[in-house]
Design a protein around this ligand. Sequence first.
Ligand SMILES: Nc1ncnc2c1ncn2[C@@H]1O[C@H](COP(=O)(O)OP(=O)(O)OP(=O)(O)O)[C@@H](O)[C@H]1O
Ligand SMILES: Nc1nc2c(ncn2[C@@H]2O[C@H](COP(=O)(O)O)[C@@H](O)[C@H]2O)c(=O)[nH]1
Length: 203
Amino acid sequence: MTEKGLLIVLSGPSGVGKGTVRQAIFSRGEREFIYSISATTRKAREGEVDGKDYFFKEREEFERMIADNELLEYTEYVGNYYGTPIDYVRRTLDTGKDIFLEIEVQGAMQVKERMPEGIFIFLTPPDMTELESRIVNRGTDESPIIKQRMEKAIEELSLMRYYDYAVENDTVENAVQKVLGIIQSEHLKVSRILDTICADERE
Ligand SMILES: Nc1ncnc2c1ncn2[C@@H]1O[C@H](COP(=O)(O)OP(=O)(O)OP(=O)(O)O)[C@@H](O)[C@H]1O
Ligand SMILES: Nc1nc2c(ncn2[C@@H]2O[C@H](COP(=O)(O)O)[C@@H](O)[C@H]2O)c(=O)[nH]1
């Protein structure tokens, strides 16, 4: 029996380090992971590439994608739409590869409804002062947006209890090790279940 890939949802407040941790995990090369590229109506930041970091869309195009059921989940976050194209997620899982969704909590809860077999990991900051410094030092957002992202962060942290795992991103290395450990143990669980099913079928 071929093992399907794992759907891994990595959430956490803006600036906590989801992208940094995910990139470090991918570059480790311990397993083959696929990144789910989201669609958004947010304008591209300097250095962001359409089709690599996001699929950058106009609002009308995004709303057409919603109407045509092309999204696994979507939300409006600080004035812009963000959503996960469903086709790519399905096709990746069918090939047996793991797919990473790096999304905020409202979207993650929609995924949990539709694909409860996913692994839901919430990345936490050491504290709120450190979170704010990370967003400020990243230098990508103006101060009114930073304020809105910090307000959202409090709301998001209150939903952490709906996740399977919480991982503190104190250092990138620690967070990477913990997330990789979780994925490893989830794969082991699936393999054991498949072994049991195969043994039952042989009897
Ligand atoms: N463990 C860490 N210690 C210190 N700085 C960190 C750590 N992890 C990430 N950072 C820094 O924090 C900033 C925000 O990280 P990143 O962009 O990865 O966050 P994010 O959660 O993906 O944000 P968003 O959700 O807004 O896309 C970056 O400048 C990154 O270099
Ligand atoms: N629900 C979704 N949230 C998403 C998706 N793609 C990204 N995000 C999250 O939005 C915020 C803001 O992102 P930024 O790139 O503007 O800093 C952050 O928490 C992202 O993780 C998505 O497809 N769906």
